[in-house]
Structure formats: C-alpha cells, structure tokens
Design a protein around this ligand. Structure first.
Ligand code: PBG
Length: 330
C-alpha cells in the first residue's frame, strides 16, 4: 500500500463534484443485473396486491403478458416465477409440482411465447404445493432428504419441459444439485442452467413471501432442519463448494442485505457468478419506512442494490427490479 498522508492527499478532492465522483466510481448497477420475481395466481381478472408487500401483485394468467410488458420494454433479462397454488391443489407430497399443466408451467409457456428473450427462473422446492408448507416431504415429522430430492428432480424436469431456462433449487436438501443435473441431462435438457440457492438461511425476512404464495399460515414448525443457521459463515462456503462440485452454474446467497459478508466470502473463494436475493422482508422494510415518510424510497432502493454489486454480486433478485430499471433508464 502506498502511504498517503494529509495534506498532500485529500481524499475529499475526488468527491468534489459530480463529474469527478462519476469518474472514480468503483461499482455500477445496470439493468443487466436485475432478476424480477413475480407471483402468479389461478383465476382471471385484476392483479391482487400482496398486503405485506405494497406494489407487488399476484397476477392471473390472462393478465400476465401485460404485467410483464414494462419489464420487457426496460430490457430486464430475467424473471423468477412463484405460484400461489390454490389450497385444493395442495397435498402432503406436493403432487401438483409435477403436473405439466400446473400454474408455473402454464405461466412459463405464456411468457416464452410472448417474450422469448427473457430468461425464466423456476423455483424448485415443494412449499407452494404442500399442505404443510415445507420444501420437501415429511416422514415421521422430519423433512426426508432422499425422498424429497426424488420429487424435486421430477419437478425440475417438469419445469424445464415447460420452458424454464434456469432451474433454481431453493429447498436446501443435501445432494439435490447433482441429482437435478443428472435428471435434466437424462431428459435432454443439457443446456438448462442451474442457479442454486446454495447458502439459504432460516430467516425471519421471508415472512411476506409466505403470505404472497399462501404457504405461511400452513407452515408447521420452522425450516431450521434444512435452511442454514444465521450464525454460520464457514458452513455457507461448504454448501457453495458442494453445489459447485455437483454442477451448479451460478450460486445464490439468501437473504441479501443481512448476508453481504457471505456474498463477499463466496466471491473471493470461488470463480463463479454469485447472486443474492433481496427477499420479501427486505423489500417490505424499505417500502414501509418510505410510506411513513422515514426514508426516500428511490434513494434507499438504489443504495441497497448498489451494495449488492459492491459485495461482489453478478446480479440481484429483487422486487424493486422494475422501479430500479426505470430509474436507470431515466
Ligand atoms: C421457498 C422460497 C422462499 C423464498 C423463495 N423461495 C421462502 C422460504 O424458504 O420459506 C423467499 C423469498 C422472499 O422472501 O422473497 N422455497
């Protein structure tokens, strides 16, 4: 390190004016960094706003193409799809996840037809489909690893067949990335990418999401036997290393803002594209404070997203994607 001392060096000089600040900026957010998660519902008609996520909607399939129009015109590269499955289609084994005409697959077919250049990210986990709200299947009250993985492989192949480009397993079962890679390859989907939710923590910040897909009330207990303990960082590196060895093309850290240290550690350790998910509770915090007049919505949004880039993210899953893209193109 060069030894720079005051007053020959004044670090404030490079902050003197906007032009200079732009020249020396180390990181930059672009529309290419944004993945927009969207919620889809059965039925027809107007989109329903999610109470705990103002500005986020559950969209019926007849309004889906229109809902995505602005994101497409802003050139957002990818959408992540999440279904709000009607209660009558849920069961203990999450059978609906394997239905080739489930909500997710029908949405994927519509979107691929309307917007073939937008990449579709498919969440692979059983919680939108199980009546107990867990990401896998229960055996004697425990989420059974191997039995769950078998179903997740079939779910991933079902999604790929419907046109999902990027399979994103969020279930945190051991060994699922290798099993899903093999299952996709056997079915001929050799170019379907896997973005693994590699380091996913058992977090309070998922609360509003569970309202959005209607799994919250149903959830018995918690997800601590499969999602990670927020106290752990080394374990995240072990999770990421295994997912890479099993064939992940991209890895993700989730939640986002409270876990930027994990993003940085993963980025430094592995030559891999790293993503983070700015989850529902993070979105809700910023929007709620802004609605109270306590934060400037747009500035807080853009600052939070830039933080992900600074930490080392290739991209961010964020409910702010459309708002941020609008700001970036203004
Ligand atoms: C489900 C899943 C969750 C989220 C994405 N996929 C919730 C959970 O694990 O309970 C959370 C996303 C968010 O909070 O925005 N497997």
């Amino acid at each position: 390190m060069i030894n720079r001392t005051f007053p020959a060096t004044r670090l404030r000089r490079n902050r003197h004016d906007d032009a200079t600040r732009r020249l020396v900026a180390e990181n930059k957010l672009s529309v290419d960094d944004l993945i927009w998660p969207i919620f889809i519902r059965e039925g027809t008609g107007a989109a329903e706003e999610v109470a705990s996520m103002p500005g986020v909607f559950r969209t019926a399939l007849d309004g889906l193409a229109r809902h995505v129009e602005e994101a497409a015109s802003l050139n957002i590269p990818a959408l992540a799809l999440f279904p709000a499955t009607p209660r009558e289609h849920k069961d203990a084994e999450g059978t609906e996840a394997l239905n080739p005409d489930n909500l997710m697959c029908r949405a994927a077919r519509i979107l691929k037809k309307e917007y073939p250049h937008i990449a579709l990210v498919g969440d692979v986990a059983l919680d939108p489909y199980t009546d107990h709200g867990h990401d896998g299947v229960l055996r004697d009250g425990y989420v059974h690893n191997e039995d769950s993985v078998k179903i997740l492989v079939a779910q991933a192949v079902n999604q790929a067949a419907a046109g999902i480009d990027i399979i994103a397993p969020s279930d945190m079962m051991d060994g699922r990335i290798g099993a899903i890679r093999a299952g996709l390859d056997e079915s001929g989907f050799i170019n379907t990418r896997i973005m693994s939710y590699a380091a996913k923590y058992a977090s309070a910040f998922y609360g509003p999401f569970r309202d959005a897909i209607g799994s919250g009330g149903a959830l018995k207990g918690d997800k601590k036997t499969y999602q990670m303990n927020p106290a752990n960082a080394e374990e995240a590196l072990a999770e990421v290393a295994m997912d890479i060895a099993e064939g992940a093309d991209m890895v993700m850290v989730k939640p986002g803002m409270p876990y930027l240290d994990i993003v940085r550690l993963v980025k430094q350790r592995f030559e891999m594209p790293v993503f983070a998910y700015q989850v529902s509770g993070e979105y809700a915090m910023i929007v709620a404070a802004a609605r109270n007049g306590w934060l400037d919505h747009d500035r807080a949004m853009m600052e939070s997203l830039l933080g992900f880039k600074r930490a080392g993210c290739s991209g961010i899953l964020t409910y702010f994607a459309v708002g941020a893209a609008k700001r970036l193109s203004a």
